[in-house]
Design a protein around this ligand. Structure first.
Ligand SMILES: Nc1ncnc2c1ncn2[C@@H]1O[C@H](COP(=O)(O)OP(=O)(O)O)[C@@H](O)[C@H]1O
Ligand SMILES: [Mg+2]
Length: 268
């Protein structure tokens, strides 16, 4: 499959660092991480845009308590200009929302492909960082959205099902997109240090079974742990209230975990 991504040359002319937030399994915290990481990066002075690329089952709007009049749907159909769909979010960042029920865009048609690429190309010069909140799994829409990013941030939880799905995702990214490094956030850990153990386990499986390039089998895929976020009742409460965790419970352990990921990502 040909994609715009190559490991050595990110799409030309982009200023923003584009990070795809993805996972194997659904419900592991991609949208929670994307929204709160965006807020944390904004606090560090970055101009951040979150693109809701979970086109079929979008819910970034719900998490942020936004009721957008204009969504990506209107941009896709030519009913609205892209600029009018870029909205300010609480937390000091911008969002491009998909809106719920864009079922017709859950398949990768040439139209979806062209529009997503065009949107990214247009907004990239205006931001320091673009977070692409993708759907779960390895559908062609998800893989295409990930292919637009310089960097992949895989969110996984310590659950065995999440880990096997994370492994499957990493394997596909390595073989189809020649990714040689993948960032990992372990969410919903139950004790400090669990993220490091999980990273080690995943790395072992990846080392054993994943070879990104047939041409050079010695090139491995490196998993880079960018942080762990504890399982925290405050997260559920913030989601229930449709508030950012970083605004509602800035002192919570999970908020501290997300902020640490932001600091790590923002460091040169
Ligand atoms: N660190 C955490 N602690 C507790 N609950 C969490 C945590 N992260 C996520 N959750 C719960 O998981 C739910 C699903 O998260 P979400 O970000 O929507 O997942 P995804 O986008 O991967 O499908 C959230 O609504 C929240 O209730
Ligand atoms: Mg989501």
């Amino acid at each position: 499959m040909s994609t715009p991504f190559t490991s050595t040359s990110p799409p030309a002319g982009k200023r923003a660092r584009i990070v795809a937030v993805t996972s194997g399994k659904g419900g592991v915290g991609k949208t929670f991480v994307s929204a709160n990481l965006a807020a944390a990066l904004a606090r560090l002075g970055e101009r951040v845009l979150v693109l809701d690329a979970d086109l079929g089952l979008a819910n970034l709007d719900v998490v942020l308590n936004l009721f957008p009049k204009i969504t990506l749907h209107d941009v896709f159909t030519g009913k609205a200009q892209l600029d009018d769909a870029i909205l300010p979010a609480p937390g000091g960042f911008s969002v491009l929302l998909a809106g719920s029920g864009l079922v017709e865009y859950s398949r990768l048609t040439p139209e979806v492909r062209d529009k997503l690429l065009e949107i990214i190309e247009t907004v990239a010069p205006r931001f320091d960082r673009i977070l692409i909140d993708t759907g779960a799994g390895i559908s062609d829409v998800v893989l295409y959205a990930v292919s637009l990013a310089h960097e992949v941030l895989v969110v996984a939880t310590p659950e065995p099902t999440s880990l096997t799905d994370a492994y499957a995702t990493i394997k596909v990214l390595a073989t189809q997109q020649q990714r040689t490094s993948v960032s990992l956030v372990v969410n919903q850990v139950s004790r400090a240090g669990e993220g490091r153990i999980i990273r080690g386990q995943l790395q072992q499986v990846v080392d054993r079974f994943v070879t990104p390039t047939m041409a050079d089998p010695s090139v491995a895929v490196r998993l880079d742990l960018v942080g762990e976020i504890p399982s925290d009742i405050a997260v559920r409460e913030a989601v229930q209230k449709r508030q950012l965790l970083l605004e509602m419970f800035p002192g919570s352990e999970a908020a501290k975990g997300v902020s640490a990921v932001a600091v790590r990502m923002a460091a040169p």
